[in-house]
Design a protein around this ligand. Structure first.
Ligand code: GAR
Length: 198
């Protein structure tokens, strides 16, 4: 079976990136990660890439807080194309993507979000769920569109909110669920895309 070429983007510590790369290494995911990109120079995710021998790139995001400078987004698309990336995986990438990359990778960009979307889009979704008095939250993998955490949902996993939860303990349990759900969804997409190619 042909292997799906991934490009992983992230801004944080990279625990989800690690889970994906570990699953590939164990031979449980028919994919190759061609590139890891971050908008944060000292993000842990870049270290994770180096540890697994995956090329890593820091792209300085420019003057905006919530999106990439348009030229930087073009640069990102160029890098992903040069690396032969087929599926772009957002693993804790904290900027909204705009039309340049959305048009370059139609239905080929997926995101992981720490809530049961459409509930609690945006930042610190676990803290939002806790503050709202929810009994259950979770995580979602979805296709990325022009909105914020609004694209078509692919899969979700529920995580109960316990009486003594703090934002930190809840986020930790959601992350355990994420590290199972995200690589599993990528494996399913890889199988589907391999069938479509053959
Ligand atoms: C994950 O919990 C992910 O759900 C969240 O960032 C974290 C990244 O952790 N993403 C979002 O909030 C996107 N809106 P990691 O760097 O350890 O993988």
């Amino acid at each position: 079976m042909s292997r799906l070429a991934l490009g992983i983007l992230g801004s944080g510590k990279g625990s989800n990136c690690r889970a994906i790369l570990a699953k590939i290494r164990r031979g449980e995911l028919a994919a190759d990660c061609r590139l890891v990109v971050s908008d944060v120079a000292d993000a842990g995710i870049l270290e994770v890439a180096r540890e697994f021998g995956v090329p890593d790139v820091f792209l300085s995001p420019g003057k905006f807080r919530a999106k990439l400078e348009p030229e930087v987004e073009q640069q990102l698309v160029r890098r992903l194309h040069e690396a032969g990336v087929e599926l772009v995986v957002l693993a804790g990438f904290m900027r909204v993507l705009k039309s340049t990359i959305l048009q370059a990778f139609p239905r080929r960009i997926i995101n992981l979000h720490p809530s049961l979307l459409p509930k609690f889009p945006g930042r610190e979704a676990w803290a939002q769920a806790l503050a709202a008095g929810e009994k259950v939250t979770g995580c979602t993998v979805h296709f990325v569109d022009a909105g914020v955490d609004s694209g078509e949902i692919i899969a979700q996993r529920e995580v109960p909110i316990l009486p003594n939860d703090t934002p930190a303990t809840l986020h930790e349990r959601i992350q355990l669920a994420e590290r199972e759900l995200f690589p599993a969804v990528i494996a399913e997409l890889a199988a589907k895309m391999a069938t479509a190619k053959s």
